[in-house]
Design a protein around this ligand. Structure first.
Ligand SMILES: [Ca+2]
Length: 171
């Protein structure tokens, strides 16, 4: 968990000291979709060890072919900033991925990232402003990752390969 530890010292000394830690989901619940290979640990770093998820069966058109709920425990509330890191690719074009985080103030999921999934692996960093609303008093974050097909999608089933899905949490 502490593979990136950053100590930042202000110009005037120790008064402003901040810590940044990288967290992956400690648990995942696959609501729709099927894990083909990999596990939670695959998401922790960009190392070509990937969590591969195949599209699931849609019972209604409202169902997302991949829909995953997860929990990230960063241990402290009120981070000063959060950066979402996502590195992945899909077996077809035409897919859009979404990352949502639970807003403990409004009690609903809030979208923090949406983008087309590239067919060649690409790493992105997304700053999540005002991160305090996404942690409860115990430093827990609830996250949702889902994928929808926006077309044209050329194959009836497809996979998304996630090499990294982490949160840089700064205190
Ligand atoms: Ca990985």
């Amino acid at each position: 968990m502490k593979n990136r530890l950053v100590l930042a010292l202000s110009a005037i000394g120790l008064a402003a000291m901040s810590f940044a830690f990288v967290f992956g989901p400690q648990s995942l619940t696959v609501v729709r979709g099927q894990v083909v290979s990999g596990n939670l640990g695959s998401l922790l770093s960009s190392d070509n060890n990937r969590l591969v998820v195949r599209s699931g069966v849609r019972v209604t058109t409202y169902d997302n072919p991949i829909d995953i709920l997860g929990q990230v425990v960063c241990g402290q509330p009120n981070p000063s900033s959060i950066v979402l890191r996502i590195e992945d690719n899909a077996s077809t074009s035409g897919l859009v991925e979404y990352v949502e985080m639970w807003n403990w103030s409004t009690n609903r999921f809030e979208e923090v990232y949406r983008g087309a999934i590239p067919t060649t692996e690409t790493a992105r960093q997304i700053a999540v402003p005002n991160g305090g609303r996404f942690t409860n008093s115990g430093g827990q974050m609830q996250i949702r990752y889902w994928v929808d097909s926006r077309g044209p999608v050329l194959t009836p089933t497809w996979t998304v390969s996630l090499d990294e899905l982490t949160w840089d949490v700064n205190f």
